[in-house]
Design a protein around this ligand. Structure first.
Ligand code: GMT
Length: 387
C-alpha cells in the first residue's frame, strides 16, 4: 500500500506514534510518505520506502498568521496525485483532519477519490477540540473522515460525549516496540545517578499543565522524606520553571535532575524504579507504557485511558487526580518491599507485551483496507455498526 501519514513532527505522543507506525509499516513493505512541517523527530534513519515531504509556506507580510492548513492541503493534493497514494492517515484532528478534507474535495475534481483515516490522540478532543474556537471544524472533519480511530476506549467515549458525531470509532491502542524499550543492564548510568543505591523515580512529559508536574514534585517530596531517592525529570515545557522553584522551596533540588528533551528515553527508563504520571487527563499515556516495557511500575492518576493500561495493584497503582497523599503512600509501599517491587516489575512487562507493535500494526492495516473498500463501494460504518 502507498500511505500518506500527516503528523506533528515534535517529540510529543501523537508524533511519536505516527512516526513509529509509519516506520513499522515500511518494514512490512508498504511505501510510507510522511507529510509535516519538519522532519519528524523519530524519523532518524534511512529506509528505502520511507519518504518525507516538507510543508513549506510563504511568509508574505500580509499574513499575520501564516495559513498552514492551506499549505498542508495543497501539499496533500500534490503528494496524493504524484505519488499515487492509496490512503491518507492523519494524526491529531486539528488541523490535519480539516486539511485532509479540503485536499479530498480538490482531488475529487480530478476524479481521484482518496480515503482518509483520522486518528484521535487525546488533547485534540479533550482539551483543544472542545474549545468553541475549533469545535465546529473538528466535528465536521471527524464526521467527514472515511475512517476514525481513537487510542483508547476512554477517548472514544469522550469523543461521542463531546461531539455530535455518528461515525464508527475504532479503538486501536498505542503500541510499543519491545526491542527498543527493554530493561538493559545500565549499571554504570545507575551508579552515576544514584551512587548510594537511592531509588530512582522518573517522570517524562511535555511539562504542560495537564501533566500536573507540581504533583510529581509533591509525591517525590513525600517519598524522599521516607527513603533516599532521586527524581529524574525528562522533557521540557511551560511548567518546568515552576517545578524548579518548588524543588528549591522544598529543599530537594540536590536530588532532582532536569534532563530536558531526550531521544533515548528507553535507556533512561532502564534505570528507573518507579514512574509517576499524575495527569489531569490522559487519553492513553504512552510514556507509562514505555516505562512498563522497561519493567518500571507506574503510579498514576485514574484519568482517561490510564486505567486501561495501568492495572491497579498489579502494574502499579491508580489514585484520584490530585490525591498526592495516596500516590506517595502507594509509591512508598512498592519501593520499600523488594518482593512486591519485583512482582510489579514482572506484571508491568507482561502488560506491555499486550501492546507490542506486532499485535497492533495488523489492526491498522485492517483498518486501512476496510476504509479503502468502503470508499470504493461508497459505504460507511456508523456508530451503531461498531458498538
Ligand atoms: O501528552 C501530550 O500532551 C501529547 C499528546 C499528543 O497529542 O502528542 O499526547 C496524546 O497522545 C498520545 C499518543 O496517542 C497519548 O499517549 C497521550 O495520552 C495523549 N495526551 C493526553 O491525552 C494529555
Amino acid at each position: 500500500m502507498k500511505i500518506g501519514i500527516v503528523c506533528y513532527p515534535t517529540y510529543g505522543g501523537s508524533g511519536v506514534v505516527a512516526t513509529e507506525l509509519g516506520k513499522a509499516l515500511a518494514m512490512k513493505g508498504h511505501h510510507v510518505h510522511f507529510i509535516a512541517y519538519k522532519q519528524p523527530a523519530r524519523l532518524n534513519q534511512f529506509m528505502s520506502n520511507v519518504y518525507f515531504h516538507e510543508v513549506s509556506f510563504s511568509n508574505y507580510p500580509l499574513f499575520q498568521f501564516p495559513p498552514y492548513e492551506t499549505a498542508l492541503a495543497s501539499k496533500l493534493v500534490d503528494v496524493v496525485k504524484f505519488q499515487k497514494l492509496d490512503l491518507l492517515h492523519v494524526h491529531y484532528a486539528i488541523p490535519h483532519a480539516s486539511a485532509a478534507f479540503l485536499a479530498k474535495q480538490i482531488l475529487r475534481e480530478d476524479g481521484i477519490e482518496i480515503p482518509v483515516v483520522t486518528t484521535l490522540h487525546g488533547t485534540d478532543i479533550t482539551l483543544v477540540g472542545k474549545d468553541v474556537t475549533f469545535k465546529p471544524v473538528v466535528t465536521f472533519s471527524i464526521t467527514n473522515s472515511d475512517g476514525v480511530t481513537a487510542v483508547s476506549d476512554s477517548l472514544k467515549k469522550d469523543t461521542y460525549q463531546q461531539f455530535g458525531i455518528d461515525n464508527c470509532i475504532t479503538v486501536i491502542p498505542n503500541f510499543i516496540d519491545l526491542n527498543i524499550f527493554q530493561r538493559d543492564n545500565k549499571d554504570h548510568f545507575k551508579q552515576a545517578i544514584a551512587p548510594e543505591g537511592e531509588k530512582i523515580i522518573m517522570h517524562i512529559s511535555n511539562f504542560r499543565k495537564v501533566k500536573r508536574i507540581d504533583d510529581v514534585v509533591e509525591v517525590f517530596h513525600k517519598i524522599h522524606q521516607s527513603m533516599p531517592a532521586k527524581l529524574l525529570l525528562v522533557g521540557d515545557g511551560p511548567e518546568r520553571k515552576k517545578a524548579e522553584q518548588m524543588c528549591r522551596e522544598l529543599e530537594i533540588y540536590q536530588d532532582v535532575r532536569f534532563l530536558g528533551k531526550q531521544d533515548a528515553v528507553g535507556e533512561l527508563l532502564a534505570v528507573a524504579d518507579l514512574f509517576l504520571m499524575p495527569s489531569e487527563s490522559e487519553s492513553f499515556g504512552l510514556a507509562a507504557l514505555e516505562a512498563m516495557a522497561c519493567e518500571v511500575p507506574v503510579i498514576s492518576s485514574n484519568a482517561g485511558g490510564l486505567p486501561e493500561i495501568n492495572i491497579n495493584g498489579e502494574t502499579g497503582y491508580l489514585s484520584e487526580v490530585g490525591d498526592v497523599e495516596d500516590m506517595a503512600k502507594n509509591a512508598i509501599n512498592i519501593l520499600q518491599n523488594e518482593d512486591l517491587l519485583s512482582s510489579f516489575r514482572e506484571n508491568a512487562l507482561a502488560q506491555a507485551n499486550r501492546f507490542r507493535i506486532e499485535e497492533i500494526l495488523p489492526q491498522y492495516e485492517e483498518m486501512y483496507q476496510r476504509t479503502i473498500d468502503q470508499v470504493h463501494s461508497n459505504t460507511k460504518m456508523t456508530r451503531a455498526d461498531c458498538e
